[in-house]
Write a protein that binds this ligand. Structure first.
Ligand code: SF4
Ligand code: FES
Length: 359
């Protein structure tokens, strides 16, 4: 299958982060600072990405502001013609840094918020005064004239404050809000017992988002990522494996999705080993689940096979033990009843924080 060029690159500059959120999607085995790609390697990656047709780069982590070369990398990406987005907790940013990023061509800033109340925001992030810093970052971003999205990852501990979270996004001057239920990969899977919402919470969240969408039409665009375990069908994870974007880890592995390393039989090529376009088009990992030939009989016979592409490969591996299985979140999966029962029976637990600030 000829995949066409990738549209987006998720550049995970570092796993270092001052926050300790229990829902973090980074892997359990984090990459140390000494193993991170140096500036020159990222410069080559960004230029190569633009040459092969990538349109957007999302600088992510960890906390990408932990890298002192962030401003330089944004400048390279902007010069190469890429649309640049910074996915950040806001911690580590100052007004001077935000202004410098805007001057170097940063187009958009995506700010995570944990809760609209200071004490709860601190409890979820494991960081003191997180909310005050985020408010300041939003104001500096507005002043610098950059587009702002607020990203609110929702779970049992903060869903009760969803209306206030939406109000806060408006107050912060965001044009867009992402209300996303936790995806249970990487570190978040360890915290499933602490984070899983109830069915009533999930149903209420959908209704609150629908109401806000119509009330705030023209003011705030709200995107909603529902929780998998209450859905009828899975999401088209990554827009289909190897079809839309690629992720580059802090040490330079090129992945079809940020959690792909959980699939043990796949081998991932590194930047610099051969051209990025060849890795995208020809590598075994990117081709493993492209198209429909690899699909289970259930998916191959399903009219939704090119809508959700069989769901999430990493979730299939985690729950069915087979990355090529129908996503167990799908009601047509033979594993669906067991998946739902297992999730419903998950014992409640306390947060296990993800701490990795110094590397
Ligand atoms: Fe999607 Fe496969 Fe479920 Fe059909 S059977 S809805 S293709 S996951
Ligand atoms: Fe890897 Fe869904 S997270 S395919």
């Amino acid at each position: 299958m000829n995949p066409g060029p990738p549209m987006a690159l998720l550049a995970e500059l570092t796993h270092r982060c001052p926050l300790a959120c229990p829902y973090c999607s980074n892997p359990v085995d984090l990459v140390r600072r000494s193993a991170e790609l140096p500036t020159e390697a990222w410069v080559s990656v960004l230029r190569e990405a633009a040459e092969i047709g990538v349109l957007h780069v999302h600088f992510s982590g960890g906390e990408p502001a932990s890298r002192r070369d962030l401003e330089a990398l944004v400048a390279v990406a902007a010069e190469a013609g890429l649309y640049t987005n910074l996915i950040t907790s806001g911690v580590g940013l100052t007004e001077v840094r935000i202004q410098a990023l805007a001057e170097r061509g940063l187009d958009h800033l995506q700010l995570s918020v944990q809760a609209p109340e200071p004490a709860l925001a601190d409890r979820i992030s494991g960081y003191r005064d997180a909310l005050a810093q985020k408010r300041a970052v939003a104001a500096w971003t507005n002043r610098a004239g950059m587009a702002l999205t607020v990203n609110a990852v929702m779970h049992r501990a903060n869903l009760g404050l969803l209306p206030q979270t939406i109000d806060m996004a408006v107050e912060l001057g965001a044009q867009r809000l992402e209300v996303a239920h936790v995806q249970y990969h990487g570190w978040a899977l360890r915290n499933r017992g602490a984070l899983l919402p109830t069915r009533a919470q999930a149903d209420a969240a959908r209704a609150i988002v629908d109401e806000a969408r119509s009330r705030l039409s023209g003011i705030l665009q709200t995107d909603y990522v529902p929780p998998d375990h209450f859905a009828q069908f899975p999401k088209p994870c990554m827009g289909g494996w190897g079809q839309v974007g690629m992720t580059i880890t802090p040490e330079g592995k090129v992945l079809p999705c940020h959690a792909a390393e959980t699939i043990p039989h796949l081998t991932f090529e590194a930047v610099g080993s051969r051209p990025l376009g060849e890795i995208w088009a020809d590598s075994a990992a990117f081709n493993a689940y492209r198209g429909t030939d690899w699909m289970s009989e259930t998916c191959r016979a399903c009219p939704r096979r090119e809508i959700d592409f069989g769901g999430c490969r990493c979730q299939a591996l985690a729950h069915a033990g087979d990355a090529a299985a129908t996503d167990p979140a799908c009601e047509r999966s033979p594993m669906n009843a067991e998946f739902r029962q297992r999730v419903a029976a998950e014992p409640q637990s306390a947060f296990v924080y993800r701490r990795f600030s110094t590397g």
